[in-house]
Design a protein around this ligand. Structure first.
Ligand SMILES: Cc1cc2nc3c(=O)[nH]c(=O)nc-3n(C[C@H](O)[C@H](O)[C@H](O)COP(=O)(O)OP(=O)(O)OC[C@H]3O[C@@H](n4cnc5c(N)ncnc54)[C@H](O)[C@@H]3O)c2cc1C
Length: 405
């Protein structure tokens, strides 16, 4: 099989880039190793910057018809004190809210919307296992399919295969680890239709938890100190659930949905980035280029922004053939600054708020100065709202639309 561009990984980065290149009339294939997108344990937040991209693509109306919940104000309880961290209503944005939607709905929507582009193919159950090289140049991938192995030759291979990217490893690209002091336990608790609560984050000494209203369930993220999962497991499930309900009494009835540690997924939090995103014929974007901390829930949106920037910078060049490595490097030169700034902010939050809160002890938890300021001065709440909702240097769609009349 021979294509202009082979994208490995059907996550937010890969599906959005596939859509954009298909829209531009480029011969492109997206390989996804799973048979479908129905997997739990993924980021489910679609931020104003991504909603804006969907708007620019003319997809927003259909997208917002899919079931979702909206969040505009991020409020919490810090040692029992009510705090407000961000207010997205203060954004100068067309869609000033975070849409909570299962990631599989988002990805399926992109897939269905892209079916009208004849040059785009999405191959499910197809796992890239190695790079094909011609000398120093990456010339495609070797993949495993249900029908047997296949070689896919491509002028450009884009690694969108996530934070455990096999392509970047095969390409020998070096990773700079920045580190994170926490891991996250991820589980669901049933929600009755009459239950509502605006509290989003709860912080107590030694404990931290986030709850998202997901319609018929609460998505819960219980934050633990890095490497403590085995200790939590050794204590047993019931003490964990007791802690959860003590922090968030609204979960009292629904917590019975968690019956064993099989219902609790561990997210090993990482912050890292590649120092070099390219080899000749190869580009890495999304989590494959930079794993983000869950702080701000920005991973999906950065992946989408990378895809938009890649299509803006490369679609025309791909029409002519293989972009040079310098041309591929334009993607890193454009996106590295937003990535670094976002990771720096995540580290600041980790070091100044999360690490202190997770330190064990009985002393009363003091609300950090920055959180007190944000709560007391409402206009300040627009700053984190901008950082979370729009991010640094938001991208807009400039890649060509081959179907435009
Ligand atoms: C539990 C959890 C909660 C999260 N919560 C949030 C959140 O609330 N908000 C947020 O913005 N982000 C969140 N994130 C992070 C977010 O999911 C990622 O940043 C985002 O999905 C990155 O998109 P991506 O397309 O780069 O990679 P991924 O979403 O990781 O997609 C990679 C895709 O590549 C496929 N793949 C991997 N290897 C191969 C291969 N060899 N061949 C073919 N296919 C392959 C995978 O199956 C996958 O579909 C969360 C992550 C986790 C794990």
């Amino acid at each position: 099989m021979s294509v202009r561009c082979c994208i490995v990984g059907g996550g937010p980065a890969g599906m959005m880039l596939g859509y954009l290149l298909g829209r531009a009339g480029i011969d492109v294939v997206v390989l996804e190793k799973h048979a479908d997108f129905f997997r739990d344990f993924r980021g489910d937040t679609v931020h104003p910057s991504t909603l804006q991209v969907m708007d620019e693509l003319g997809l927003i109306d259909g997208f917002l018809e899919l079931p979702h919940q909206r969040l505009q104000v991020l409020e919490g309880l810090f040692g029992g004190t009510p705090v407000r961290i961000a207010d997205l209503r203060r954004l100068d944005a067309k869609y000033p809210f975070i849409a909570f939607m299962p990631q599989w709905d988002f990805l399926n929507f992109l897939r269905e919307s892209g079916r009208r582009f004849p040059s785009l193919e999405v191959m499910m159950s197809t796992e890239a296992v190695d790079l094909i090289r011609t000398g120093e140049t990456v010339a495609g991938v070797r993949a495993r399919t249900p029908g047997g192995p296949i070689d896919i030759e491509a002028d450009l291979t884009v690694a969108c295969d996530g934070r455990h990217s096999i392509l970047r490893e095969r390409a020998g690209l070096a990773i700079e680890e920045i580190g994170a002091p926490m891991d996250v336990l991820w589980f669901r608790a049933g929600r009755r239709s009459d239950q509502t609560e605006n509290v989003f984050a709860r912080v107590e000494q030694g404990k931290m938890m986030i709850t998202f209203d997901r319609g018929d369930y609460w998505q819960c993220a219980y934050v633990i100190a890095k490497g403590q999962y085995d200790a939590v497991k050794a204590r047993g499930l019931q003490p964990l659930l007791d802690d959860v309900v003590r922090m968030a009494p609204i979960l009292t009835s629904g917590i019975s949905d968690v019956t064993s540690f099989d219902d609790v997924k561990l997210l090993t939090v990482a912050i890292n980035r590649l120092t070099r995103w390219t080899r000749p014929g190869l580009l890495c974007i999304g989590d494959a280029a930079h794993a983000m901390s869950p702080v701000g829930g920005v991973g999906v949106n950065l992946a989408v922004q990378d895809a938009v920037a890649s299509a803006n910078l490369l679609a025309e060049k791909l029409r002519r053939g293989r972009p040079s490595e310098d041309e591929l490097g334009a993607v890193r030169r454009r996106r590295e600054f937003p990535v670094k700034m976002t990771q720096r902010m995540q580290v600041v939050v980790q070091n100044n708020i999360i690490s202190g809160a997770l330190r064990p002890g009985d002393r009363p938890l003091k609300v950090p100065l920055i959180v007190r300021l944000l709560t007391a001065v409402p206009w300040l709440q627009g700053i984190p709202a901008r950082f979370i909702g729009l991010g640094v240097r938001p991208e807009h769609v400039h890649s060509p639309d081959a179907n435009a009349s």
